[in-house]
Design a protein around this ligand. Sequence first.
Ligand SMILES: [Cu+2]
Length: 309
Amino acid sequence: MAWAALALASFGSTAQAARGPWQVNMQRGVTTWSSVPYHLNSISLGVCAVIGTLVFGAMFIAMFRFRKSRGAVAEKWSHNTTLEIVWTTIPVIILVVLAYLSTKGLTSWADTTGSQMTVKVTGYQWKWRYDYISYLGKPVDKVGFMSKLDSLSDQTRQLGSGMDPYAVKVGTENTYLLNVDKPLVVPVDTKIRFLITGGDVIHSWWVPALGWKVDAIPGTINAAWTNIKTPGTYRGQCALLCGQDHGFMPIVVVAKSKADFAKWLAAQEAKSAAPAAAPAPAAAPAAASTAAAPQTAQVAVAPAKGKQG
Ligand SMILES: [Cu+2]
């Protein structure tokens, strides 16, 4: 049964915090939207379970009751119009209902209008970059950083390190390969738009508690949004095989209260402003171009897109 344990272990390796013991269902997530895929999954699974029970039930009853050794004789008829209309109409209705519900869900997922904040996410081999573009209608002043596997996990994973993966902890939570040096910090109760792209190859930004994942594709910007209800730490992974260290580029989202986030953002802005004020010739052109750049997120993102193309 080692394979089963292994499968279970890898199945449950993400979203540790939100997962109860022996939880096999999807998690409900922590955002205003994340219950949508949860309910869609429950509905489709329910439909599948009912159909499966009816079809396999009828099949097994027929196999048992009408077997040759019990003297069953085959019927000669081959056509039943009523039956065919029934078993065509019912699946059509089920499919139309499922298509309607999932289209409605996807439409609400894709609607980034009214976002109060924009963050650009760029996937690299093998780390993530987060650039804060705007917050509450104002452009954010040069807050952006790389987010990569925490150094304790990184040292532990090296062949022959002799270090204990179970000793990699935050509090009581084992965070081996799940923690990063700098998490993405966001506020709760805020509609956040993510602009997701790739800097080298295709990656996929996936945090299960948000209820979606989006491919990070070089030369393309995919948009998605979230609105987190509960403060907390939410973990995710790169979800598209992107090379040797694909398994070592986790994602950590820390959702703070609005007040705490405003403080954090102000501190980051102050930090990024400080070195630029000092005489650093290399930093000067970058500072000038940012200052000159217009205020909208689209324009701020455009140069990065051009660079990748
Ligand atoms: Cu990746």
